[in-house]
Design a protein around this ligand. Structure first.
Ligand SMILES: Cc1ncc(COP(=O)(O)O)c(C=O)c1O
Length: 489
């Protein structure tokens, strides 16, 4: 299938319920400015007549818009549009240095993780969602049912060290729905996405090798590189459209680029920017890596978390040679505590299975069965519909608070998926110094230099929007904003 046919085929597969599709259509009107803040949204009666949907579908769609924070209901008057996007500039495309660099863990990472555990500190730091965003009751019921029906799951060593049949089957079914046909023996279930990334990197690199990455990049990935003795080659990245493929191409042609042994990319809703590659760029990335014989490791941990519209395609969907190793987990979507991740290893699948055995043996079978049960019953998809609305609203609320409290000249990304925002403070402001003061004022965030192997992004920070917006959290953003204003002052 050629590229156009692939994209068409994959985008034709749309599993969104009717009311979500209608809500997405209305969002589109807001995005394109056809509906402005304060405008009245079409009434239920009009939607029924124009869109040929039932009244309950129309009501559900309007409620979704309200839940996402894009509309407000006024008694007796209907629904009115709220500003869809904050009126703030976004940061520019990044310009990291063209040479690979060794990675060193920052003391601040430890401080950041420790402060995230402290209930007295308002957490905007680690990308950890509120536990009550997950279907805990449903998970609890399914887990006790599994333990009751099949206690051997607890008593036996799991002989499928690469993953239980039921979960691998459900994962492949979902990927097939996304136009991505993965053979069953490519899947390896892991302990979170972190183990999947570790295995993938260990499989295709050796200590001293260089890995090409987006810049800025999730600090956890940099730490994995450091543990494995790998160097990072940071590639320019657009705040909305992700890794610049032309810049990667240029970098790979240079002498330093010839030492690149893997390329690791979060194509959908990158952490920290939320940037998302277009389908054409995904296809170009896959082609470029395959032509150069460089394995592409795709981290898709946020791929299920679009705020509106259909789920974005995977780069893996364009892979015809098995050169892409896809890594992901349910850490941001379903059950962070279960630590269930996986990889689809492409042409490296056999080697990856053996490495998984040596890395940590099998992953807990009962937790794999638990997740498989939620996928099988449709509970996961239903939960995702709600979770996406919640993340969309929370991102909007934190962005609005930043625009209220932060110094003039602050820029930020406005991601269309995931739940982190990348904020650029006015030049000269030091986010590491800000971090020290902020901790004293009981609020945390992730300082910019954590997201670079070369200590860049001193005047940037990442805010996590995983926690519910409460008056206390709003007050915490206000304290942070005041500190930044004072430092800027
Ligand atoms: C981009 C990215 N990859 C991987 C991980 C780690 O995932 P897990 O918790 O499943 O190991 C995270 C967690 O924040 C992440 O943001």
């Amino acid at each position: 299938m050629n590229l156009e046919a692939r994209i068409k085929h994959a985008t034709a597969i749309d599993s969104r319920p009717m009311y979500v599709r209608l809500a997405d259509e209305l969002c589109e009107l807001l995005d394109t400015g056809q509906l402005k803040a304060g405008d009245r949204l079409p009434s239920v009666r009009r939607l029924v007549a124009q869109k040929r949907v039932s009244a309950s579908t129309a009501v559900a769609a309007l409620r979704v818009l309200e839940h996402r924070g894009f509309a407000v209901a006024k008694p007796q008057a209907g629904y009115f549009a709220k500003p869809r996007r904050i009126n703030a500039d976004e940061p520019a495309t990044t310009r990291p240095p063209p040479a690979p660099h060794a990675v060193g863990i920052d003391r601040i990472t430890i401080q950041l993780i420790d402060s995230g555990q402290n209930p007295l500190i308002a957490s905007l730091g680690t990308a950890v969602p509120d536990p009550d965003l997950f279907p805990l009751h449903r998970l609890q019921k399914a887990l006790s049912m599994l333990a009751r029906r099949n206690p051997r799951l607890l008593g036996e060593y799991n002989s499928h060290y690469y993953g239980v049949e039921s979960l691998r089957h459900e994962l492949l079914r979902r990927y097939a729905d996304l136009g991505c046909n993965v053979p069953p023996d490519e899947v390896v279930v892991t302990n979170g996405c972190t183990e999947a990334l570790n295995l993938a990197l260990r499989c295709v690199t050796q200590a001293g090798d260089t890995v090409a990455l987006e810049s800025p990049v999730f600090y956890g990935v940099l730490q994995v590189l450091q543990n494995l003795g790998l160097k990072a080659l940071e590639i320019p990245t657009h705040p909305r459209e992700g890794l610049r493929i032309d810049a990667l191409d240029d970098a790979l042609k240079r002498p330093a680029g010839r030492k690149v042994k893997a390329c690791l990319v979060t194509a959908n809703f990158s952490n920290p920017t939320g940037g998302c590659l277009t389908d054409v760029d995904k296809a170009a990335l896959v082609r470029l890596c395959a032509q150069r014989g460089i394995p592409l490791i795709e981290d898709d941990i946020y791929g299920d978390l679009q705020h509106s519209g259909p789920r974005p395609l995977l780069a893996k969907a364009f892979d015809t040679s098995g050169n892409v190793i896809l890594c992901s987990s349910f850490g941001k979507t379903l059950a962070p505590g279960a630590r269930i991740g996986w990889l689809c290893g492409g042409r490296f699948a056999q080697a990856l299975r053996l490495r998984k055995f040596a890395s940590s043996g099998p992953t807990a079978a009962i937790l794999q069965e638990l997740v498989a049960e939620l996928l099988r019953s449709g509970g996961y998809e239903r939960h995702l519909v709600k979770l996406r609305h919640t993340y969309a609203r929370q991102v909007g609320e934190v962005a609005a608070a930043v625009s209220r409290y932060f110094p003039r000249g602050t820029r930020m990304t406005q991601p269309r998926g995931g739940f982190v925002i990348w904020v650029e403070l006015p030049r000269g402001l030091d986010s590491t110094a800000l971090f020290e003061s902020a901790i004293r004022q009981r609020v945390n965030f992730a300082p910019g230099p954590l997201f670079s192997a070369t200590g860049r992004y001193r005047n940037f920070l990442r805010l996590s929007c995983g926690r519910r917006m409460t008056p206390e959290l709003d007050a915490a953003v206000a304290r942070l904003g005041r500190l930044a204003v004072r430092m800027a002052g």
